[in-house]
Design a protein around this ligand. Structure first.
Ligand code: NIG
Ligand code: FE
Length: 411
């Protein structure tokens, strides 16, 4: 099989040799100066100094993809939490918030998530697919090669199915890999004639088996919050999901605490948001294998506190960083910009921020084949036009990659 040697890159940061949990110093980052990556099909065969790889390869069986100029190469970014399947806009909510109304007040008065549910239900599956592909391909240009996408604006069996089928088809139209998640437990639908627990019962009885049958997702998420679902209501729902073999992830501790404990009790892969987490929740998360995911885009979009990422890391937790791109709380969607800003407010090292959007984000999605550049991993990486990796976060998202490779293919 034909191989391709890609390089030389001024610096390659393979993001290997760092633990999934805990604080990291920049001195721990491995840097390969004048490095190259040998690729076969979609996989990395070897990564090393370019001149050493040049000597090892069988030149008859290898093509050279020469990189001319100074570039820093990083693993493709992984955005482990988004809601990029939606209809409409929530510009009115944003203006109302900035005029003084709170997210929960707007939601109670008919705006908020329910507004997007109404607009998403009006959209056809094809329109949703187009929106997903457009947003995903935009993020791809910025170096994001894997994107988690949630449902959660359908809130009935048929409308959630429409969203998850749109995400599946949207994946085929996107350069990035899309990882679907069912968030039917986003809020108690206003038009549902029954209690919140009856709604959850209906979803787990009638939707979960179809998710399995159509292979739409193996991930179940819930928004645990006042005004959404309480820990008590969610427990039987998560129990059933776990028994059926789904993995769990949680919108936890966004405005009030409680969600992160449920996440740890149910062995969730990740607990996301955590803006309201206190010392108690930080300790619970740090003593678990649950990935604590900061969503700075939601803090910026809502104008509220950032996730206590510094305290989480110092306590020993695994911190991923995701964009939460959604029409309500996080309309910007720019993962690198948001991660860089979180870094300044939370005093995170370059190594911690870059870990949070690469291999720690892969762990938040239980993906073991990406997030680092090493033999056997997917050839997903990007090249930033600079000689020094520190420029990337320093320029706070304004320095964009000029080249992105997905599955070894150059875009
Ligand atoms: O992660 N917090 C709940 N869900 C989304 C917001 C969804 C919306 O406002 O439309 C979030 O921030
Ligand atoms: Fe979210």
């Amino acid at each position: 099989m034909k191989q391709t040697l890609i390089g030389p890159f001024t610096q390659i940061l393979p993001m290997t040799g760092i633990l999934v949990k805990g604080a990291v110093k920049d001195e721990q980052l491995r840097i390969i100066e004048n490095g190259g990556i040998l690729v076969e099909n979609n996989t990395i065969i070897a990564i090393d100094k370019y001149k050493d790889l040049l000597q090892q390869i069988d030149i008859r069986n290898t093509s050279l993809e020469e990189v001319i100029g100074d570039y820093v190469c990083l693993p493709g970014f992984i955005d482990s939490h988004t809601h990029i399947c939606f209809g409409g806009s929530r510009a009115n909510d944003y203006a109302m918030r900035n005029a003084g109304k709170t997210y929960l007040e707007i939601s109670k008065s008919g705006g908020g998530i329910w507004d997007t549910v109404t607009q998403t239900r009006k959209a056809s599956q094809e329109e949703l697919e187009e929106g997903i592909a457009k947003r995903a391909n935009h993020h791809f240009k910025n170096g994001v090669t894997t994107i988690e996408v949630k449902s959660g604006y359908g809130l009935s069996v048929s409308e959630e199915l429409k969203m998850l089928r749109a995400i599946k088809n949207g994946n085929a139209q996107s350069k990035a890999d899309l990882i679907p998640t069912c968030l039917a437990a986003h809020m108690h639908p206003k038009d549902y004639k029954g209690t919140a627990s009856e709604y959850l019962e209906e979803i787990s009885t009638n939707l979960f088996p179809i998710l399995k049958a159509e292979n739409l997702t193996n991930r179940i998420d819930a928004f645990i919050e006042e005004g959404a679902f309480s820990p008590q209501l969610i427990a039987p729902y998560f129990k059933k999901a776990t028994e059926m073999g789904f993995t769990i992830t949680v919108h936890a501790d966004q405005f009030s605490t409680g969600g992160s404990k449920v996440a740890v009790d149910f062995n969730a892969i990740s607990a996301d948001h955590l803006e309201a987490s206190t010392a108690k929740e930080i300790e619970i998360l740090a003593n678990s294998n649950c990935i604590a995911t900061a969503l700075p885009g939601a803090s910026i979009g809502l104008g509220c506190a950032f996730t206590p990422a510094r305290k989480l890391l110092d306590a020993g937790a695994a911190v991923a960083i995701a964009s939460d791109h959604n029409p309500g709380s996080a309309p910007m969607g720019d993962l690198l910009t948001q991660a860089a800003i979180l870094g300044t407010f939370q005093k995170l090292s370059n190594a911690e921020v870059l870990s949070g959007i690469t291999f720690r984000a892969a762990a938040a999605l239980n993906l073991k084949d990406r997030g680092q550049l090493q033999q056997g991993f997917l050839a997903d990486f990007s090249a930033f036009p600079t000689t020094n990796y520190k420029e990337i976060l320093y320029q706070q998202g304004q320095l964009k990659p000029e080249m992105v490779w997905k599955n070894g293919k150059h875009f």
